[in-house]
Design a protein around this ligand. Structure first.
Ligand SMILES: [Zn+2]
Length: 215
């Protein structure tokens, strides 16, 4: 174990050491061939997978997510039929309604986490994928790529679609006792946007994206 630690200080090229979750053995991270999983040499617990991040896969997910983005935000996510009157609300209208009531911070938080954050995240990943496809030539391409990678953490923290998917499911259950709830194109698009973004974030690997600068 000490030897493993020692190698951490002498090897500047690959200095990432991870601890086994099960037995605390320090293991130096190595590059893996694709589809291979690293196991702990002592207790055989799975340590990490290949940082698999397929550029074409991400491009496909990005384009699907952006195609869902407009209907998710323009069509109502909730439609209430209550005593003969029909009320519909889009995410943006919901945020505006909350702001009209005086809850500015809540309204802005909703807009940022459900509309602006996901939009920025998707555009950022799309631009990164396109820059990689263009070859990351020295100059503005590399500069823009680095700028986007540095902001990736911020964009993904701002994205909180799951909260809205859960909250409109909860409100639908609560409201269903005294009014009829209908889910429409907006609900479908919003839920699908959430799922596609989830898969995109799973596929995206920031370390792998940084390593493309060295290729
Ligand atoms: Zn172990």
């Amino acid at each position: 174990m000490d030897l493993q630690y020692a190698s951490m200080h002498h090897d500047d090229i690959d200095n990432s050491v991870i601890l086994c979750r099960a037995c605390d053995l320090a293991v130096r991270r190595r590059a893996l061939p694709s589809g291979v999983r690293a196991l702990c040499p002592r207790c055989h617990t799975a340590l990490y997978d290949t940082p698999f991040c397929s550029i074409n896969g991400m491009l496909a997910l990005c384009v699907s997510a952006l195609a869902l983005f407009l209907p998710a935000n323009l069509f109502p996510v909730l439609e209430l039929h209550f005593l003969g009157s029909v009320r519909t609300a889009t995410v943006i209208q919901g945020a505006m309604a909350v702001m009209d009531l005086g809850y500015w911070v809540v309204g802005i938080a909703v807009l940022v986490a459900a509309v602006i954050g996901p939009g920025l995240l998707l555009l950022s990943i799309l631009s990164q994928v396109l820059l990689v496809k263009m070859g990351l030539n020295p100059g503005w391409q590399r500069d823009l790529y680095k700028w986007l990678l540095r902001r990736h953490g911020l964009f993904s923290q701002l994205t909180m679609l799951e909260i809205y998917v859960i909250s409109f499911l909860v409100s639908a259950f609560q409201l269903s006792d005294f009014s009829d709830i209908y889910f429409g194109v907006g609900t479908f698009s919003f839920t699908m946007l959430f799922l596609v973004t989830l898969f995109l974030q799973r596929e995206y690997n920031i370390e792998h994206m940084w390593s493309r600068l060295n290729d």
